[in-house]
Design a protein around this ligand. Structure first.
Ligand code: NAP
Length: 332
């Protein structure tokens, strides 16, 4: 237990990333300095935004550095502390990255109560993805009872929460997902009104049939071909929280955007957002979502991969739809 296994960003990908962009190394476990603590990673979250961090292109956040551990949210256990507010044995939500051990000066760290909810949920349904769904839908989507809310990647970390909150708000929830197993789960386990497979040859007809009254809120998670299929179904005054464009993350040249005549003619509201824009909603989100999870109104599925060395392959799978639920690596 004297080494710190890390997965470094070895090189920046052009187009789709591959295993050769990552490197597993063993380094000494760092010593926490004065005012710091050392955490042992229990769970590492794998998220689509990490594709953006692998690139040096200008974005809302700094890129990961080549030769450094990949960045990522973690749940960890404090093993040594020289920080006044943390003690060995505390469980914390932090940003330890793709490695077994990380030091922190406490900035951005939050203590977790292991009895309140399973620790992994702090990275999923009760964490960044759940909050993304909550703020994007309620603040920008503004769903009203009886309206139709559509979301893609519907079995995933964000999409699954979007549709369930839409149902809680009295809306009709339409999921879009890759494959019949995911669609069945979205309908039967998560309780969406319908879910359509975007890989089906008659996807457009199936989606139109599932939305007889059109779409009032399209929670944009994927872009690409799915967006183009959804677009004609948007109603006048529809709202489009633009959360993610995972189908376009590996493109090396920009894709044509949505038809602006439709935006004008239908008076659409499109707004891009990053979850941190709504940081002041965190307590409200945690209060509401924790209660919904406890009462069974908000269900979640996790896809847990065992072992840090499997993180690169699992992450590449996420960009191809191979994960089924919130993707996590069990490190410790
Ligand atoms: N704005 C923010 O602050 C923020 C925060 C968190 C996440 N996001 C974004 O939200 C979206 C969902 O993230 P997540 O963490 O919940 O991931 P996720 O849904 O758990 O996993 C990604 C899913 O995306 C779908 N996908 C991948 N490639 C696709 C393609 N070419 N066409 C259509 N679907 C594709 C796959 O689902 P299927 O097999 O069902 O197609 C895959 O399982 C991402 O775009 C992410 O970047 C944004």
């Amino acid at each position: 237990m004297s080494v710190n296994r890390q997965i470094l960003l070895k090189s920046r990908p052009e187009g789709a990333p591959g295993l050769d962009n990552f490197e597993l190394v063993e380094r000494p476990i760092p010593e926490p300095g004065e005012g710091e603590l050392l955490m042992r990673t229990l769970y590492l979250s794998l998220d689509p935004y990490m594709r953006g961090r692998m690139s040096a292109a200008k974005s809302y956040a700094k890129p990961a550095e080549v030769g450094q551990p990949m960045v990522g949210g973690t749940v960890g256990e404090v093993v040594r502390s020289r920080h006044p507010q943390y003690a060995a044995g505390d469980t914390v939500l932090g940003f330890g990255g793709w490695q077994q051990y990380a030091t922190s000066n406490g900035v951005g760290l939050r203590k977790l109560d292991p009895k309140a909810a399973p620790l992994s949920t702090a990275l999923g349904v009760l964490g960044m993805p759940g909050m993304t769904a909550y703020v994007g839908l309620t603040e920008i989507g503004q769903p009203k009872p009886g309206e139709t809310v559509a979301v893609a990647a519907a079995s995933g970390a964000v999409g699954s929460v979007v549709g369930q909150i839409a149902r809680i708000k009295g809306c009709r929830a339409i999921g879009i997902a890759g494959g019949s197993d995911k669609c069945r789960f979205v309908r039967e386990e998560l309780g969406f009104d319908a879910c359509v497979d975007h890989r089906a040859p008659d996807f457009a007809q199936q989606l139109a049939a599932a939305c007889p009254n059109g779409i009032d809120v399209y929670f944009e998670n994927v872009g690409g071909a799915v967006q183009q299929t959804v677009w004609p179904l948007l109603n006048d005054f529809a709202r489009v929280p633009v959360c993610g464009l995972i189908a376009q993350y590996n493109l090396t040249s920009p894709m044509g955007g949505p038809d602006m005549f439709t935006v004008l003619r239908k008076r659409l509201l499109l707004r891009g957002f990053i979850v941190s824009d709504f940081a002041d909603k965190r307590d409200e989100f945690l209060r509401e979502a924790s209660e919904w999870v406890r009462s069974g109104r908000l269900k979640y599925r996790e896809d847990i991969v065992e072992g840090l060395e499997r993180a690169p392959a699992a992450f590449l799978g996420l960009l191809q739809g191979k994960n089924f639920g919130k993707l996590l690596v069990k490190v410790g």
